[in-house]
Design a protein around this ligand. Sequence first.
Ligand SMILES: *Cc1c(COP(=O)(O)O)cnc(C)c1O
Length: 317
Amino acid sequence: MQWRLTATWQTAHMPLHITTPLIESLPLSARTGRDVWLKMEALQPPGSFKLRGVGLACETHARRGARRFVSSSGGNAGIAVAYAGRMLGLPVEVVVPQTTSARARELIALQGARLTVHGASWQEANELAQSMLGPDDAFIHPFDDPLLWDGHATLVDELAQAGGCPDLVVLSVGGGGLLSGVVQGLHRNGWGHVPVLAAETVGADSLAQSVAAGERITLPAITSVATSLGAKQVCAQAFEWTQRHAVHPVVVSDAQALAACRRFLDDHRVLVEPACGAALAALDAVPPALHAVRRVLVVVCGGVTASAEAIMGVQPS
Ligand SMILES: *Cc1c(COP(=O)(O)O)cnc(C)c1O
């Protein structure tokens, strides 16, 4: 790719992520009978919250002397690494399997990253990515890294700066990086008592099944359309939080997640992935133990790998 944009507006010592809007949702408040607020992570430059953690990880590795970033995520994590590398002026290598959509490949290449397509599954792509790692390279994991959680936690710092403590936080869970970061953020802001509703879809419900089993399970396969939630096993940190924090797993259907995406597009004019629709749909499935909660904060995690056609259920021609 020829045009490598320079980060003109990016000044030193500034985080790569932006402070996102915190807005009240009247449609969701009316629908649920609660005060629903939205943390609009969909508006991060690469389209999802991933930039918070990935940005911090990339900046930290760059400061320690890394000369290249390597990722094996064909989803929002890979796109965020590509963005972070471009902003920091460092090359990025993303290795993805053949199953990665043309749209995701385009978005990674558009950020100026080098894209290699290898293997039938993520395991094979990841193996190649690992084999490429030289002494000056930093591998950026999509969800299992303390640097990532630390970066994701800034989302809660912004809420604290805005002044209001929610009664409940609703978010989506894939590998559990977002969950780990948000719970860490709640604790570091003195909000360790705030419960979390952890949304997944049927077929990507590795956290809910782990909590039910009392141990970290591995799903045999991912069968949900919410591909960004498709981690067969959550990270150990996420499971540990379920033992030490009020985390309530909720599982919704793909159809419910997609319907929530469509409603959100009408209500707030923002397109999000089914992975994010799962959290929006979970608002309709607040468990009885949480019935008294009034002020609900939804992490609108975003995601850019689903087209409007896919969300509307129209087959692209
Ligand atoms: C990565 C991602 C998730 C899941 O986050 P984890 O940290 O893997 O739990 C949810 N939604 C979107 C849009 C994502 O990109």
